[in-house]
Design a protein around this ligand. Structure first.
Ligand SMILES: [Zn+2]
Length: 357
């Protein structure tokens, strides 16, 4: 991956942007996309839209959600301990012992989720999972008043981890779900910026996916696309806990570093699927296929149902350990997803028809 792209990716991942508080990441995204899009817009919901060839036909919407899962402060007790709920789905198993960054009114406040010492835990307590309402964040203050100078009820928070490079093309951090997708949408716009296109391209960094696909719903209404492709992350079955054949028979065989994952199922227009596969073959881009037999849990779900219906596709990035602070992905997969989406859009003609039969 090129230096500028990697720097942008690092910035996006490190920006604190749980659903409903995406402004820090959205600003970075808009500034980056403004370098090559014909137009960059924002809407009242917080979605950011980079546009290339706005008058073209067909109209294509690319969607990658820029929000991340996180925490929200619910209550501050008299001793200044903070109680919280989750924004999106987080496994309570991984919370005790986490370091936390809270986005307070005067800047980031560091804290930790405390846990009783193992010596003091009964056998039953060691085996049980804590309830979230019993967990608390300690920011090192002595009392409520002191805490309230820094933190307010409703402030968002995230695990205090940053983007880190591992071996080869592997990188780790929080929020690759789905700033990977928002990144890939921006990179696809960059790749297309000098192309001669028939299609109009609306690349959207959508908000609030993790709390119900909400930004894709409002932005798809505004863009009114003929074709909509969501880019998100997807599960892999290539690490010990899921390596057994039994797990693969349930979740499929998806590996990190093996290229874009093209989804197939009722949420996907069959012609869009076929064209994505043909494009990957023609361009010699490695790809994998995943079967999703119901509405996907991605922006593709609501995009398909916009107005009288949209020809929808879903191209995903394999992500190990999704919804943990150690989401692990391959930057080579990012490069290949952007290449595939750009090549797909270059092939679109005014007359391309996606009515399935
Ligand atoms: Zn997610």
């Amino acid at each position: 991956m090129e230096g500028k792209s990697l720097k942008f990716l690092r910035g996006l991942i490190d920006a604190i942007s749980p659903s409903g508080c995406e402004e820090e990441a959205a600003k970075l995204w808009k500034d980056y996309v403004a370098n090559f899009a014909d137009k960059v817009e924002g809407d009242v919901h917080g979605n950011s839209i980079g546009i290339i060839n706005p008058k073209g036909k067909p109209r294509v919407m690319l969607a990658g959600h820029i929000d991340e899962i996180g925490y929200m402060i619910k209550y501050i007790d008299k001793d200044g301990f903070l109680y919280f709920s989750t924004i999106g789905g987080i496994d309570t198993h991984i919370m005790p012992g986490e370091r936390i960054w809270i986005k307070g009114k005067h800047g980031t406040v560091a804290g930790i989720i405390g846990r009783d010492p193992i010596h003091q835990l009964t056998k039953e307590a060691r085996e049980k999972v804590e309830k979230i309402e019993d967990l608390f964040i300690d920011i090192g203050v002595k009392e409520k008043k002191e805490a309230e100078k820094l933190v307010s009820v409703g402030d968002p928070a995230v695990p205090a981890v940053s983007f880190e490079e591992l071996k080869g093309d592997r990188v780790v951090g929080r929020a690759f779900d789905d700033k990977s997708g928002a990144f890939v949408v921006a990179e696809t716009l960059r790749l297309l910026s000098k192309s001669n296109l028939e299609a109009a391209v609306y690349g959207v960094a959508t908000v609030q996916e993790e709390v119900g696909l909400r930004g894709a719903k409002t932005s798809a209404f505004r863009v009114s696309p003929d074709i909509g492709i969501a880019t998100d992350v997807t599960f892999t079955s290539d690490y010990p806990a899921l390596k057994s054949e039994t797990k693969r028979t349930k979740f499929g065989d998806i590996k990190i570093g093996k290229g874009p994952v093209i989804a197939r199922g009722p949420n996907i227009n069959p012609k869009v699927f076929d064209m994505l596969v043909e494009t990957a073959k023609k361009e010699k881009i490695p790809y994998q296929v995943e079967a999703i037999s119901k509405a996907t849990g991605t922006d593709a779900n609501v995009i398909q149902l916009t107005k009288e219906g949209v020809a929808t596709g879903l191209v995903s990035i394999p992500n190990r350990y999704m919804h943990t602070p150690v989401e692990l992905v391959s930057t080579e997969d990012f490069v290949n997803v952007s290449k595939l989406l750009a090549a797909f859009i270059r092939r679109l003609e005014k007359k391309t028809n996606f009515i399935p039969f």
